[in-house]
Design a binder for this molecule. Structure first.
Ligand SMILES: CC[C@H](C(=O)O)C(=O)SCCNC(=O)CCNC(=O)[C@H](O)C(C)(C)COP(=O)(O)OP(=O)(O)OC[C@H]1O[C@@H](n2cnc3c(N)ncnc32)[C@H](O)[C@@H]1OP(=O)(O)O
Ligand SMILES: [Co+2]
Length: 134
C-alpha cells in the first residue's frame, strides 16, 4: 500500500527561523513560505535529494498544530507522509484493518495539490501519518 516517503514534517513556532536553520546552517534549498488556510498552517518545503522536509507553523486561531507547538516549544517532528497510488482504496483498506482515518475520512487537497488523508498517531506507533496520492 504505502510507497515512497514524500516528506517528514517539523512543526515550529517560527517558520522563518526554522527556514534560516535549514538554508544557512544546513545549506539546503528552501521554498517560499506558503499560507495553507484550509489546513491551518504555513508551509516551507526543504528540498532534499531523496525526500522533503515540510516546515509547519500554525496559521489562524484554531490551527490543528497549535497544541503540538505549545507542547513542543522548540519544535518537533509532527508527521510523516507516505505516497499511495489510490488514496480512496488505501483509506478503505485501512478502515477495514481497523485504522482511524482523521478529518471525517474524506481527502483534502494538500500542499502539493494532491489529495491527502491523515491517520491517527495512536494506531501507527505514536506517529501521525499522512497519505498523499501521487
Ligand atoms: C498543507 C497540508 C500539509 C501537507 O503536507 O499537505 C500538511 O501536512 S497539514 C498538517 C496539519 N494537519 C494535520 O495535522 C491534520 C491531522 N491532525 C489532526 O487531526 C490532529 O492534529 C490530531 C488528531 C492528530 C491531534 O489533535 P489534537 O492535538 O487536538 O489532540 P490531542 O492533543 O488530544 O492529541 C491526541 C493524542 O495524540 C497525540 N498527538 C497529537 N498530535 C500528534 C502528533 N503530531 N504526533 C504524535 N502524536 C500526536 C497527543 O499527544 C495525544 O496523545 P496522549 O497520549 O492522549 O497525550
Ligand atoms: Co504534510
Amino acid at each position: 500500500m504505502i510507497g515512497r516517503l514524500n516528506h517528514v514534517a517539523i512543526a515550529v513556532k517560527d517558520i522563518e527561523a526554522a527556514t534560516r536553520v535549514y538554508k544557512e546552517t544546513l545549506g539546503a534549498t528552501v521554498s517560499a513560505k506558503v499560507p495553507q488556510p484550509e489546513h491551518g498552517v504555513y508551509t516551507v518545503f526543504v528540498e532534499l535529494p531523496n525526500t522533503k522536509i515540510e516546515l509547519l507553523e500554525p496559521l489562524g486561531d484554531d490551527s490543528t498544530i497549535q497544541k503540538f507547538v505549545d507542547k513542543n516549544p522548540d519544535g518537533g517532528i509532527h508527521h510523516v507522509c507516505y505516497e499511495v497510488e489510490d488514496i480512496i482504496a488505501a483509506r478503505d483498506q485501512l478502515v477495514a484493518r481497523g485504522a482511524r482515518v482523521l478529518g471525517g475520512g474524506e481527502p483534502k487537497i494538500g500542499a502539493h495539490g494532491k489529495p491527502v488523508l491523515f491517520l491517527h498517531p495512536k494506531d501507527f506507533c505514536g506517529t501521525l501519518v499522512e497519505l498523499e496520492q501521487v
